[in-house]
Ligand binder design. Structure first.
Ligand code: NDP
Length: 437
């Protein structure tokens, strides 16, 4: 850990992600000294390749703008690099590194042959015209296309990158390379996208959480759920949790949150967020009984049975965790990547809450992306029901595997440890088999 901090200074999110994994796998390396002898730990925390580039583009007023682009190809031991692209002003190398590192273990847990990678830019799509977003995406892809490929590295969406951005990037890739291949996932249905990919992360989160709840005799039925965020993951988590019989009472964005005691009206959220790209504060215009609160931190003061953080990293700190526990919350499942701080996670586990870590709970998105790659390779499309059934099966298996691994290594019911151990073992064994590379 000291070495990681020294070699990657000023990257706290990356340190946090590495520390959690290293702590969890202690019992594994104790049992298997060959992992140490072969430098698996030193190698797994070092990205195979970091690509960093200038992204120049011209805004609507004719002014030249410059952003920074990143792609971190972290680990290809079990398959081509796979992981999303994030466009958000907070993006810097440390954020992409933490996300890429997490992605290695998440992808391993899906049971599919995909390695770990992540990328993005400090570009902020918010408030930009469609034309500006297109110009940016084309410039970004003009450089990125030199480093990716259907059998090399297959990016997808993440915060700030949805169907619109993937479309613009795919168009530019195809034009530059003259190839119609599955080089990106999350594509539109008419040009190689998979049915159920849009819904997959949120649906998968709920399939996983339902499995975890069932394990202790609970279910979503008649439970009150707090969801943060109102983007891709949050919207489809809300849809599936509601279908499973729960009442979702909150949603948020980076400005604030809405509380709707009667249950969130998802049609209103979809219209505001997916169609009009407006702020969540506008929700109360359509649902006058709902309440809007400026600032999203206090969302965790809302009394609930289940919390699904689906916005961004470190949105639940120690203080918010204490409030959730005091209010009788029984389960927290991470839709976003690393939304709980290490201290918050520790508190949930110590207090006996069911805690679903992101690399297991939100793996449905990348799993369905891998199913999209599969359909592109065989030049065929499965129905929504076929993809959804495969997704559900994957999430059920992930829960079974991580709870088994936790038990096997003396950490029963600690799904953080279980996910890290199960995810790590497969990658470590592949690295061992492939020699020092
Ligand atoms: P979107 O861009 O669709 O939505 C993100 C949501 O989170 C928005 O409501 C956004 O509000 C809010 N948000 C973002 N940053 C902040 C912040 N700093 N503070 C408060 N709220 C914030 O992204 P996704 O739904 O795709 O991603 C959400 C999370 O899920 C991320 O952590 C992502 O890494 C993770 N994830 C996504 C997957 C996918 O398939 N899309 C797969 C696995 C994980 P605002 O509009 O105001 O910025």
């Amino acid at each position: 850990m000291e070495r990681v901090i020294k070699r990657n200074p000023n990257e706290p999110e990356f340190h946090q992600a590495v520390l959690e994994v290293l702590e969890s796998i202690e019992p594994v390396v104790e049992k298997r000294p060959e992992l140490i002898e072969n430098g698996i730990l030193e190698r797994i925390v070092e990205p195979e390749r970091i690509i960093k580039f200038r992204v120049p583009w011209i805004d609507d007023s004719g002014k030249v703008q410059v952003n920074r682009g990143f792609r971190i190809q972290f680990n290809s031991a079990i398959g081509p690099y796979k992981g999303g692209l994030r466009f958000h002003p907070s993006v810097y190398e440390g954020i992409i590194k933490f996300l890429g590192f997490e992605q290695i273990f998440k992808n391993s847990l899906t049971g599919l042959p995909i390695g770990g990678g992540k990328g993005g830019s400090d570009f902020d799509p918010k408030g930009k015209s469609d034309r500006e977003v297109m110009h940016f995406c084309q410039s970004f892809m003009t450089e990125l296309c030199k480093h990716i490929g259907a059998d090399t590295d297959v990016p997808a969406g993440d915060i700030g990158v949805g169907g619109r951005e993937i479309g613009y990037m795919y168009g530019q890739y195809k034009r530059l390379r003259n190839e119609f291949t599955g080089v990106l996932t999350g594509k539109g249905i008419p040009y190689g996208g998979s049915l159920a990919r849009t819904e997959a992360t949120g649906y998968g989160l709920c399939y996983f959480t339902e499995e975890m709840l069932n394990y202790k005799g609970y279910s979503f039925k008649d439970k009150t759920v707090v969801i943060s965020g109102s983007g891709n993951v949050a919207i489809y988590a809300c849809q599936k949790a509601t279908e499973l019989g729960a009442k979702v009472v909150t949603m948020s964005d980076s400005n604030g949150y809405v509380y709707d005691a009667e249950g969130i009206d998802l049609d209103v959220v979809k219209q505001l967020k997916e169609v009009e790209r407006k702020r969540i504060s506008e929700y109360v215009k359509f649902r006058p009984n709902a309440v809007y609160t400026e600032g999203s931190k206090n969302i965790w003061d809302t009394k609930c049975d289940i919390a699904l953080p689906c916005a961004t990293q470190n949105e639940i700190d120690e203080e918010s965790a204490k409030k959730l526990i005091a209010n009788g919350c029984i389960a927290v499942s991470e839709g976003a990547n690393m939304p709980c701080t290490l201290e918050a996670t520790e508190l949930f586990i110590q207090n006996g809450l069911l805690f679903g870590p992101a690399k297991a709970a939100n793996a449905g998105g990348v799993a369905t992306s891998a199913l999209e790659m599969c359909q592109n390779s065989i030049r065929y499309s499965w129905t929504f029901e076929e993809v959804d059934a495969k997704l559900k099966n994957i999430m059920v298996n992930i829960f079974a595997n991580i709870s088994k691994a936790a038990k096997e290594y003396g950490r029963e019911d600690n799904f953080v440890a279980g996910a890290n151990i199960a995810g790590f073992l497969k990658v470590a064994d592949a690295m061992l088999a492939q020699g020092v590379v």
